[in-house]
Design a protein around this ligand. Structure first.
Ligand code: NAP
Length: 302
């Protein structure tokens, strides 16, 4: 039995889980692939915050019950991933403007029992563009490939960051048009255009400063049919939101063309850093999340 002094020391050791430890987590289904526990726990440890971040696998028909449970247990905050990012919105008490505009929630803060939904994905992308590609999107002409949830978050953040124009290319053209249509009135000064991702796409990319892949293509090594980088200007930069595998066919094409390119790992890290700040009121230590992921990948390779 530890002495009272030893007990006191243990209670104050932030790496030991005690009765005071706060709980955070991620809700998804599946959730086993998520790297958020790796990077969030590393940042908590580094900042000596007495908290832990755990995965919660929640089936879609259990989401409402899970939220009641998280409220009752006083879980302080959580991330939200596939397939709950949109369906969770009406189940929360309040939505921050970032979530309303993106039409999706990836971060929830429990503020005195009120669950507040935020979205840090789009701002995470913009941060990663600056950090990983030295790309300030203000005044840029952007081609955004894909029109799903990630593309919507990206579009909000790009428009708020002051891009000049965005062309959305999508396999299902009606989805691209719908996405663009829902943004026109909010950003009348930005040229927005939605069209099909097909053999004609080449001309549309010919004056782009930045091309972003927001489709799931590349995760299984697929090329993006209908997209060629041959007509991109030499100064153009390419960003692939996919980060696993780290070198997708799109990034390989960009590299072969001599274009500056980056995968989505920086976006994953940046959205996590922004969520950390929302929960704990402090920024995580510089690069701690990135380092934790690199160490994780290296250990997995060994
Ligand atoms: P989503 O809502 O399901 O959207 C998928 C998009 O991919 C749609 O535009 C869809 O087009 C397109 N697509 C799927 N299969 C296709 C195919 N065979 N050919 C052409 N287009 C196809 O998914 P999401 O949540 O937006 O996620 C998209 C990607 O972003 C995923 O790879 C995800 O991992 C990544 N992501 C990364 C981060 C990060 O932090 N790096 C964050 C969020 C998402 P249709 O409309 O025609 O179906």
């Amino acid at each position: 039995m530890p002495s009272p002094l030893q007990q006191e020391e243990l209670m104050n050791d932030k790496s030991v889980i005690t009765g005071k430890t706060r709980i955070y987590g991620i809700l998804g289904c599946p959730v086993t692939h998520s790297l958020s526990p790796v990077m969030q726990n590393a940042a908590l440890h580094e900042a000596a915050v007495d908290a832990i971040y755990v995965p919660f696998c929640v089936e879609p028909d259990q989401l409402s019950a899970a939220l009641s449970g998280l409220r009752a247990l006083g879980v302080c905050g959580f991330n939200v991933t596939i397939p709950h990012k949109t369906v969770i919105m009406p189940l929360l008490d309040k939505l921050a403007p970032s979530a309303v505009q993106a039409g999706a929630v990836n971060t929830v803060v429990n503020q005195g029992g009120q669950l507040i939904g935020h979205n840090t994905d789009g701002d995470g992308l913009v941060r990663s563009l600056v950090k990983d590609l030295n790309c300030d999107v203000g005044g840029s002409k952007v081609v955004l490939v894909g029109a799903g949830g990630a593309a919507r978050g990206a579009l909000v953040a790009l428009c708020r960051a002051g891009v000049k124009s965005v062309v959305v290319l999508n396999r299902t053209v009606a989805v691209a048009e719908g996405l663009i249509g829902s943004f026109r009135s909010s950003f009348p000064q930005i040229m927005l255009h939605g069209t099909a991702l097909d053999g004609q796409s080449g001309q549309l990319v010919s004056d782009a400063d930045l091309l972003i892949n927001a489709t799931s293509l590349g995760m299984a090594g697929e090329k993006i049919d209908g997209l060629t980088l041959a007509l991109l200007p030499d100064h153009a930069k390419v960003y692939d939101m996919v980060y696993n595998p780290p070198l997708t066919p799109l990034l390989l094409d960009a590299r072969n063309r001599g274009l500056q390119a980056a995968n989505g790992l920086g976006m994953l890290v940046a959205q996590g850093e922004l969520a950390f700040s929302l929960w704990h009121g402090i920024a995580p230590a510089n690069d701690i999340m990135q380092k934790a992921l690199s160490a994780f990948f290296n250990a997995a390779k060994a």
